[in-house]
Design a protein. Structure first.
Length: 147
């Protein structure tokens, strides 16, 4: 995967978390395009190219989705369920990035075929390490099928 073509979709309703994640992605990726939406309904509209997100050139298909679980309008588990139920999107890697360490949340995400579940650390330095590791694995080392 070429770094200059990377598109990361961030689905995060907490503005502080979104700002940190976006900044860290920009620092650790070479020219990433980050598409940020702050609720589950907007995420589904983007991914299914509905409404304001219909233009695929303005809103390109992401290479990776970073998905919070606790979202307004449509929760993260429902977003995940719809992604994995879609023939077009089911191979898209989805990484849950949540504050929840609850085993019920983790199990529910894996039942919906999440590719990875990461817990957001409270400590900023650990958050940096987490995002650096995520970038290295999912955007550098990992290989996925071409669309």
């Amino acid at each position: 995967m070429q770094d200059d073509a990377l598109v990361v979709m961030l689905v995060e309703d907490n503005p502080a978390h979104a700002e940190i994640i976006i900044r860290l992605l920009q620092e650790h990726c070479i020219t990433p395009q980050i598409q940020h939406v702050s609720d589950g309904e907007a995420a589904l509209d983007y991914l299914f190219r509905r409404g304001a997100y219909a233009d695929r050139f303005t809103y390109p298909e992401p290479h990776l989705v970073l998905l919070d679980l606790r979202l307004p309008k449509v929760d993260g588990l429902e977003v995940l369920r719809q992604i994995k139920a879609s023939e077009r999107l089911r191979l898209l890697p989805v990484v849950v990035l949540s504050s929840s360490e609850a085993q019920g949340d983790i199990a529910a995400a894996y039942r919906q075929h999440v590719n990875s579940y990461l817990v957001k650390p409270v400590d900023y330095k650990k958050f940096v390490v987490l995002i650096e590791s995520l970038v290295v694995y999912w955007l550098t080392l990992n290989r996925q099928p071409l669309p």
